[in-house]
Design a protein around this ligand. Structure first.
Ligand code: ADP
Ligand code: MG
Length: 339
């Protein structure tokens, strides 16, 4: 007897969702990135119970056309790329057309939007990937997406989540990280009805850093910048008198996308080796602007890692830039162990 089954669309969607949507923070990241791609200057975020119960994101971007609105939940529907060539020169945060499909297959989503060229808004309700309703809806501008009861239909996934307070922490981290590399956008975040974060949207990275991390950090920021062929490296580090016991103060951005990077972590470790106590780590905001053809953002499902075509060149340029800024500052010398 044959044993091979073709999986139903419902199952394949849920399986695919696992790669994009791991937890509330990954949903939140995806919808915020959609708001950024829509050209928003204001993004308002509300979270309940660590995002497990509810994530709501409003943006004042260009909106979704009423003819398109229910199709954004289908797999591989995107307005951002058209050809194979486009994959290798990505300029938007999203491009795979997967996020809303993935999120809506494992939650209950309400999407309200008004396209900037239309007179009226539209509201769509989706549950477990199925569109339940589509109605005309008065809406002033932009898009509001509400994601409720994440993983309600995949109890095994729900069990893998941490406590609401830990999930909440991950969500806040996502907003903190993104808001710093988009200082022209005013981010507002409420957690369980309390104000958590507010950035002014005045286009200054320093203002966003101060809003998120406080004025003490701002007073101790030291900037660095360097440009070479096809590569710009710039940013700030905080005087190592304010150091951390982990690398949680490492903030890396490549073409305005926050990433994790072993390569860059090692590079920062090395650059600070003689300026900080062993076991302590600096706070660094590192921005890399590189020709999109010199990176591959397609190596990680949530795009948290990227691949540089020439790793050594990037490493050396970052190392040189950060070290020379460190040397030119009058840092407090590294104390010896017996001092
Ligand atoms: P991707 O971002 O990779 O295109 P998504 O599933 O995240 O895929 O979104 C699908 C499409 O829905 C987007 O390409 C865009 O056209 C539309 N969209 C989603 N969110 C918004 C938003 N906040 N404002 C305007 N359009 C949006
Ligand atoms: Mg997207």
């Amino acid at each position: 007897m044959r044993e091979l089954n073709r999986l139903s669309e419902e199952i394949t969607h849920i399986l695919a969702a696992g790669e994009v949507v791991e937890r509330p923070a990954s949903c939140l990241k995806e919808v915020i990135e959609n708001s950024i791609d829509a050209g928003a200057s204001l993004i308002d975020i509300k979270l309940e119970k660590g995002g497990i119960k509810k994530i709501e994101v409003y943006d004042n971007g260009k909106g979704i056309h009423s003819d398109d609105i229910e199709y954004v939940f289908e797999r591989h529907t995107t307005s951002k790329i058209k050809s194979v060539d486009d994959i290798f020169k990505i300029t938007t945060m999203g491009f795979r057309g997967e996020a809303l499909c993935a999120i809506s297959s494992v939650s209950k989503v309400t999407l309200i939007s008004r396209h900037y060229e239309q007179e009226q808004g539209c509201k769509v309700e989706v549950e477990g990937g199925k569109v339940l309703s589509k109605t005309i809806y008065p809406f002033e501008k932009g898009t509001k997406i509400t994601i409720e009861d994440l993983f309600y239909n995949t109890p095994a996934r729900l069990k893998f989540l941490k406590s609401p307070s830990t999930e909440q922490k991950y969500c806040i981290e996502v907003v903190e990280k993104i808001s710093i590399c988009y200082p022209e956008i005013s981010f507002r975040m409420q957690v369980d009805n309390k104000r958590q974060l507010f950035t002014p949207g005045d286009s200054k990275v320093e203002s966003a850093i101060a809003s998120v991390f406080g004025s003490e950090i701002l007073k101790n920021l030291i900037d660095f910048s360097h440009q070479e062929k096809g590569l710009k490296v710039w940013g700030f580090f905080v005087n190592p008198v304010l150091s951390k016991s982990t690398r949680s103060g490492y903030h890396f951005y490549v073409n305005r996308r926050f990433i994790r990077s072993k390569l860059l972590s090692t590079c920062i470790d090395e650059a600070f080796k003689n300026s900080i106590l062993t076991g302590r780590f600096p706070i660094v905001f590192l921005f890399i602007e590189i020709n999109p053809v010199d990176i591959d953002v397609n190596v990680h499902p949530a795009k948290l890692e990227i691949k540089f075509r020439d790793e050594r060149y990037v490493y050396n340029t970052v190392y040189k830039t950060v070290s020379s800024a460190l040397q030119s500052e009058k840092m407090i010398p590294k104390p010896t162990l017996d001092s």
